[in-house]
Design a protein around this ligand. Structure first.
Ligand code: CIZ
Length: 321
């Protein structure tokens, strides 16, 4: 009965609307610079609201490849802008703030991967898209949470697999594919803050709510049984949009709720953990978007040889997807 006396959960508080002059100046500059603004699903609302495309890292990198804009302002974290730069070597790729890194991507370096490969000669290296360009260049395949099972399924069963860097996604893939893999012990600190106790309490308060879980969640083992679906960010956006259900518990970074709420005004969306806020994603702001468009800085570049090798691994994934 303890759960009945639990204080109500304070969901993400409403944000003050941005300065309309700032918004206006950003919109003008996009035209003057022939720039496209791409925003990841986890960006703050005011950045999403001035974006031309909102999506996951791969979808945004592909949108960058389709555009005839001269300038791509990538509002996400560094590995995402690097992926866009690798897929679009002739375009100017900017980020509002180069300090927007990724704790998960930083959990394995290219040197560490080379040492790991040396212990398993002949193994196939499958790297999650949350990796630096240097690590991608050492990989055979890149995957996203949308296509990881397809990528694993394309590798002959007799081949040894090194999967990196997320141990929870790796565990999920092993369970779903029935393949045993060597998994790097990395994790996303934001997704680790999502706990099964909170989900159980939310389900108790909202019994009709569907729980959508991201495979990076640290509570993978205890949360799997509670999940109605395990999905990537784009998978969650589509699920909420297309489902006839009206209540959802969203098990990923809370920035995604902005887009979901705009698209689904009649549906109730609860963050699985109000504290699942990525500090790196939140480094970007509308002011920094403006400064970046004004100065055409900071630019994201990838060493051409690293980009060539990383691109091979990305292209292998794209051929399968
Ligand atoms: O690829 C992305 O954008 C990430 C990191 C997660 C997802 O599920 O979309």
């Amino acid at each position: 009965m303890e759960m009945l006396s639990r204080p109500p959960i304070v969901y993400d508080p409403p944000q003050a609307p941005p300065d309309p002059d700032l918004v206006e100046r950003v919109l003008q500059l996009k035209v003057e610079r022939n720039a496209i603004v791409l925003a990841h699903n986890y960006q703050v609302g005011e950045v999403q609201d001035v974006a031309d495309v909102i999506g996951d890292s791969l979808g945004l990198a592909q949108a960058a490849a389709r555009t005839d804009a001269d300038v791509i302002l990538f509002c996400g974290v560094r590995f995402m802008a690097e992926t866009a730069a690798i897929l679009n070597p002739t375009k100017t790729v900017l980020m509002p703030d180069l300090k927007a890194g990724c704790s998960l991507a930083d959990m394995i370096t290219a040197d560490e991967l080379r040492a790991w490969k040396a212990l398993h000669p002949g193994a196939v290296v499958v790297s999650y898209i949350n990796t630096t360009a240097d690590v991608k260049a050492e990989s055979d395949y890149i995957c996203t949470s949308t296509n990881a099972l397809k990528v694993i399924g394309a590798i002959p069963r007799e081949r040894e697999i090194l999967f990196l860097p997320d141990k929870y996604l790796g565990t999920y893939l092993q369970q779903k594919s029935g393949r045993s893999m060597h998994v790097w012990p990395g994790y996303c600190p934001t997704h680790v803050s999502i706990r099964s106790e909170e989900i159980e309490a939310l389900k108790f308060e909202h019994p009709a709510a569907r729980f959508l879980m991201h495979p990076e969640c640290g509570c993978m083992t205890s949360c799997m049984g509670l999940a109605d679906a395990v999905l990537s960010t784009e998978g969650m956006v589509r699920y909420v949009r297309d489902s006839p259900e009206t209540e959802f518990i969203i098990g990923t970074e809370t920035g995604i709720l902005h887009k979901m709420r705009k698209e689904n005004p009649g549906k109730m969306l609860y963050p699985a953990a109000a504290e699942a806020v990525c500090p790196h994603m939140k480094v970007n702001s509308l002011e920094k978007v403006l400064w970046s468009l004004e100065d055409l800085q900071p630019r994201v570049t990838v060493d051409p040889e690293t980009a060539r090798r990383a691109r091979k691994a990305i292209d292998r994934m794209l051929e399968l997807a």
